[in-house]
Write a protein that binds this ligand. Structure first.
Ligand code: ARG
Length: 571
């Protein structure tokens, strides 16, 4: 795929007399003065019965100049390689030019299907700020898997079943008269729920009442069903507002309620396999051998629980899509739950056991300035998004007064939402993320606005130059800054692979930032020395540089797409 990597691999394997398909790890040296790439000889020492420095000497001795590589030197146990710059620049321009929107992707996952369970909020509650994590990590993983050739099924497993919905129905019976759900319905439902929970502490009749209501719901009582369906629709409509802002669309919305009639066969199968045991009136699968608490499937009152629905849901997903992998993008707090029911699937010997992955993430911590509005103690996601867009709009109005009001509000939404999303996706998902207004909205530093601004800047330079870049002569490229930028562009396909292999959108987010930093320092040179400007006076050189800048722009646009950010043409 990368002819320069291929040339290095061929040199090493032939010099050492190894099979051509031997794995040769090609790394970037810590200091660019050492070379463009480096290969450590340690992995080959044992099989070849020679010391690594000696192997490095052998590789160096076998090198003949010409072709893709320009020099090869031994440094102790390492072989440092320089590649032919003119050949590499030409390669990079060709790569990006040919691929465009699909550049960076691959077909590794061809024929494979991944089901991605993400967002999956509970109904009758707001989408709180922390919901951005599952929503955007999942959304990004859908795009990353698709870029790796997988068929993806994005699924919203709404929390729309269980005893809490009985409480809500009971609360509605008590206090619902006269409440208009057409406006701010979710806020009103949430308030009812909170009120009910508080009242439950004082009034012992409420809990049985809630249970009765849930039983009615389960038994298909028309009144209970209609009401519940209304709550569900009100919630979905509000979630949809946030999803459309973020560009999120699901292939299927199958809430927990969808699996209601599908749980019994699962319970029967586990019983037939002798896996269900009685424990204090409940029916559970014992997981002592896995050092896990027992997985409850049916409570002593006969009700099923979350784990029962997850087991039924996995079975249904298998029947629907025969997935090769199923990802559950859910916070770390639910680790035990997933371990438990994954273990149950294994014990039952279900054909899809072992294909599920809990893609976990840490919490959101609120640092810096807090948002002004809170409902029920939660910071609402749609308010954070709107506020970010508003603040960015003010910045753009100042920086770019000639932009029309319509355009400005469109770009402000892209950049404001982008700032929030980037802050969420730029850190390793398993850690906590700090929410810090001042930092995430900044046009400098490791932020979404910085990356999007670099994109707009390149687009504007190229637009203003108006040159035909198809004729660019790559041999006119050669400064150190151009070189470093080109090397990074060529890394993109590997980053797309790594992000998929590790279920880690932050690999793409960090990459986009590195690329922007490289371009930004290349671009900055031009303000010190006119000869180094991207759009310099010498037209053929300017063309070559603009072509490289365009390659950066396209790569950046593709990377931003993978993490769910728009790439504005102007800002
Ligand atoms: N509704 C759950 C919650 O809000 C998340 C569901 C995650 N997906 C799953 N298949 N369990 O905590």
């Amino acid at each position: 795929m990368n002819p320069f990597h291929d040339a290095i691999r061929a040199l090493v394997t032939s010099a050492l007399g190894l099979p051509a398909d031997t794995v040769v790890a090609i790394a970037t040296p810590p200091n660019p003065a050492m070379g463009d790439y480096t290969v450590a000889m340690f992995p080959f020492a044992k099989a070849l019965g020679a010391k690594p420095p000696e192997l490095a000497q052998r590789v160096t001795a076998a090198f003949a100049a010409g072709g893709a590589l320009s020099s090869v030197t031994a440094a102790g146990p390492f072989v440092n390689v320089r590649i032919s710059r003119p050949a590499f620049f030409a390669h990079v321009l060709g790569l990006v030019g040919a691929g465009r929107d699909s550049w960076g992707g691959n077909a590794d996952g061809a024929g494979k299907t991944v089901v991605i369970d993400y967002s999956s909020p509970n109904i009758s509650k707001h989408l709180a700020y922390h919901h951005i994590r599952s929503t955007m990590i999942g959304h990004s993983l859908c795009r990353i898997y698709a870029a790796n050739g997988w068929k993806t099924v994005g699924l919203n497993f709404l929390g729309d079943w269980g005893t809490t919905h009985g409480m809500l129905l009971a609360a509605w019976e008590r206090w619902g008269a006269g409440i208009d759900l057409a406006e701010d319905g979710v806020a009103k439902l949430n308030a009812l729920y909170v009120q009910f929970r508080a009242a439950m502490k004082e009034d012992a009749t409420l809990e049985p009442l809630a249970r009765t209501w849930f039983k009615r719901l389960e038994d298909g009582d028309a009144g209970a069903r209609d009401l519940w369906e209304r709550f569900r629709q009100v919630s979905l409509a509000e979630f949809e507002k946030v999803y459309s802002k973020l560009g999120v669309a699901f292939d299927a919305v199958r809430g927990e309620s969808y699996y209601e009639g599908k749980m019994q066969p699962v319970i029967d199968d586990l019983a037939a396999k002798g896996l269900l045991v009685e424990s204090e009136g409940a029916r559970v699968v014992d997981l002592t051998d896995r050092k896990l608490p027992p997985c409850i499937l049916v409570k002593s009152d006969g009700a099923t629980i979350y784990a029962t629905r997850d087991l039924a849901s996995a079975t249904d997903r298998w029947d629907s899509w025969h997935f090769d992998r199923a990802l559950y993008v859910v916070d770390k707090g639910q680790t035990v739950h997933f371990k438990q029911w994954f273990a149950v699937a294994e014990k039952a010997g279900w054909p899809f056991a072992g294909r599920m992955v809990h893609v976990q993430f840490g919490q959101v911590l609120f640092g810096g300035r807090k948002t002004s509005t809170r409902a029920g103690g939660a910071v609402l996601l749609h308010e954070v998004l709107d506020e970010a867009a508003k603040e960015i709009e003010a910045v753009i109005a100042e920086k770019n007064p000639s932009m029309t009001a319509d355009k400005r509000s469109e770009v402000a939404r892209q950049v404001g939402y982008g700032a929030i999303v980037y802050a969420d996706l730029s850190k390793l998902r398993s850690g906590d993320v700090e929410f810090d207004w001042e930092r995430l909205l900044s046009f400098e530093g490791d932020t979404g606005p910085f990356c999007q601004y670099q994109h707009a800047r390149i687009a504007s330079v190229v637009r203003k130059a108006g040159a035909d870049l198809s004729l660019a002569d790559a041999s006119l490229l050669g400064t150190e800054e151009e070189w470093r930028t080109a090397l990074l562009v060529a890394d993109f396909p590997q980053k797309v692979r790594d992000a998929c292999a590790k279920d880690e959108p932050s690999i793409v987010a960090t990459y986009a930032l590195d690329l922007c930093r490289a371009f930004s320092s290349w671009y900055a040179q031009g303000s010190k020395d006119a000869a180094l400007k991207v759009n310099c006076d010498d037209a053929p050189t300017a063309n070559a540089r603009l072509a490289l800048a365009s390659a950066v722009r396209q790569t950046l646009a593709n990377a931003l797409f993978l993490i769910g950010l728009a790439a504005p043409e102007e800002m």
